[in-house]
Design a protein around this ligand. Structure first.
Ligand SMILES: CC(C)(COP(=O)(O)OP(=O)(O)OC[C@H]1O[C@@H](n2cnc3c(N)ncnc32)[C@H](O)[C@@H]1OP(=O)(O)O)[C@@H](O)C(=O)NCCC(=O)NCCS
Length: 227
């Protein structure tokens, strides 16, 4: 296995759409990543998209992660994913947005549990540190909730997974990667298996310099007004 981690490009679109469909089998197809969504990421913020290619398997695309910068309002955290990032996944990208919003991450089934997901999270964290952003926020899927939704609320489920009492195939991994679960998101995207619930997860950049980002943002606005 000879894995390369590269920036997303338009020619990856079909492979990423196929990977996403397999990774989220119970989600509404219409709300999953589309070819247009990949092209939008390439246009708006290619540095925010990471693709993993196996050079020993004919350049097979085996994993990816994408996201964009937004200002996230933690005082009103409930949201449908489209409200924050737009229907294509990065339409609302803001060059100086404080947070990297993780829109998608998926690893092909036969490549899971090899550390690829962890490496993709590391690459996102490196980008956030390099560009001095507050951290990463995302709605995380909670596939394991499907088996518990008749005995507890989504908020209770997220709390119990975060406490280590219950295992969730996705949220447990995110917590193992330094994420904090802040609670449950209602109607995050359509997924009947979990009644459209998700978790709100966050990773905070310990090196973030808010004043520096504010100065860069102000400088860009000033530059624009000067033409
Ligand atoms: C979630 C996902 C991206 C993880 O990718 P991965 O490459 O398998 O994850 P890694 O091998 O890097 O695992 C990282 C850590 O998570 C934990 N972990 C991952 N999968 C696990 C599992 N099935 N059981 C227990 N722990 C697991 C481990 O602690 C692992 O740490 P380790 O390196 O010390 O073993 C992958 O399973 C996936 O694509 N799932 C479907 C799509 C999805 O849910 N995406 C997330 C959207 S919010």
């Amino acid at each position: 296995m000879n894995l390369d981690y590269i920036q997303v490009r338009p020619e990856h679109a079909d492979a990423l759409v196929a990977l996403e469909a397999v990774a989220f089998p119970t989600a509404d197809r219409g709300e999953l990543l589309s070819v247009e969504g990949v092209l939008k990421q390439c246009e708006m913020f290619p540095e925010g998209g990471f693709v993993v290619v196996d050079r020993d398997a004919g350049d097979r695309v085996v994993a990816f992660a994408m996201g964009c910068f937004v200002d996230f309002d933690f005082s009103a955290p409930q949201h449908h994913i489209d409200e924050v990032v737009g229907t294509l996944g990065s339409d609302h990208h803001q060059e100086f947005g404080e947070w990297y919003y993780g829109t998608d991450i998926a690893v092909a089934e036969d490549y899971q549990r090899l550390g690829i997901g962890r490496q993709l999270y590391e690459l996102r964290k490196d980008l956030i540190k390099r560009l001095n952003r507050a951290g990463m926020v995302a709605g995380g899927v909670i596939p394991g909730f499907a088996n518990h939704k008749h005995e507890m609320t989504a908020a209770q489920y997220v709390e119990r997974v975060a406490a280590g009492d219950l295992f969730d195939p996705t949220l447990t991994m995110q917590i193992a990667n330094g994420f904090e679960a802040l609670g449950a998101l209602e109607n995050y995207w359509t997924d009947q298996a979990v009644d459209s619930w998700a978790s709100l997860i966050v990773w905070r950049n310990p090196e973030f310099d808010a004043e520096q980002l504010a100065a860069e943002r102000a400088g860009a606005v000033e530059g624009m007004s000067r033409g």
